[in-house]
Design a protein around this ligand. Structure first.
Ligand code: NAD
Length: 262
């Protein structure tokens, strides 16, 4: 399938590991020029070097915290200075802690808002003017299955990610006329360090072994296994491609059928 992505400039936020890294790698495999960022300079640099080497890709990377609006501004400016434009922007960040409502304090609510909602606002504000100039752009947010089906003990994710869906739909409505498509991808249980952390918390709270928790997650999906980061990444690449040119304002779950609704 011809994706039409060769030489496109793809920003992937929070991409030193997990789904973000797999997404940066999938864009590099399509011949994109890739811009990566994450907080930890060492792991980011290692990931960027590995992707650059494997695909002979042009990769730009810079350590930053996606909750810092000024840092996001400087990063996007640096990407444009280096590559001449920015065509695709995938927003991502670490997930909020697993908590029930009364266990989550006000600082944690604020952090979840900054990390999992405002970071997307910061990136969108920076990239949209560049995309408008080219009359072509793709913004894809990485959220969660919680945008369709709340998960017990993930009240921060259940609540804050709904705001991202509202933003995605609003941006899709406002900027479709400029050739900019905006969609949201919601992973189900996907084998990354984030899932290991969630399993640890669940195990601690319930007294069940971690393996039992992983097995229950896998069993809950009709395909009877966890997802792989590359499976989420492939969906993101398809959404960014010319093969998905009439899709905007949507949430696509990559969850092995975990979502129980119609
Ligand atoms: P992960 O913890 O494996 O990786 C997170 C990445 O984000 C890392 O590269 C980390 O360095 C970076 N990061 C975290 N906070 C950052 C910040 N403030 N600024 C810059 N970089 C930051 O997580 P993952 O499993 O790849 O998940 C990615 C997103 O998808 C998360 O929001 C997560 O909650 C969500 N999600 C994951 C799953 C799953 O099962 N793995 C399921 C649903 C939703």
């Amino acid at each position: 399938m011809e994706t039409g992505l060769k030489n496109r400039v793809a920003i992937v936020a929070a991409s030193s590991q997990g789904i973000g890294r797999a997404t940066a790698e999938a864009f590099a495999a399509e011949g994109c020029r890739v811009a990566m960022c994450a907080r930890n300079p060492q792991t980011l640099q290692q990931a960027a070097a590995a992707i650059q080497q494997k695909y002979n890709a042009e990769v730009f990377s810079e350590a930053l915290d996606v909750t810092d609006a000024h840092a996001v501004h400087r990063f996007v400016e640096a990407v444009v200075a280096r590559f001449g434009s920015t065509d695709i922007c995938v927003t991502n960040a670490g997930g909020p802690p697993a908590k029930g409502f009364l266990a989550a304090n006000v600082d944690e609510w604020q952090k979840a808002l900054e990390q999992n909602f405002l970071s997307t606002v910061y990136f969108a504000r920076e990239v949209i003017p560049h995309m408008q100039r080219k009359r072509w752009g793709r913004i894809i947010t990485i959220t969660s299955i919680t945008t369709k089906q709340p998960v017990a003990d993930l009240v921060l994710s259940n609540a804050v990610r709904a705001a991202v869906v509202g933003l995605v739909k609003s941006l899709a409505n406002e900027f479709g006329k400029d050739g900019i498509l905006v969609n949201n991808v919601g992973p189900g249980y996907t084998a990354t360090d984030r899932l290991k952390d969630l399993a640890k918390t669940r195990s601690y709270n319930s007294g069940k072994p971690e393996k039992e928790i992983f097995d229950a997650w896998a069993a809950d999906a009709p395909v009877k296994r966890l997802g792989q980061p590359a499976e989420v990444a492939d969906t993101i690449v398809w959404l960014a491609s010319e093969r998905a040119s009439y899709i905007t304002g949507q949430t696509i779950l990559v969850d092995g059928g975990l979502y129980k609704g119609l």
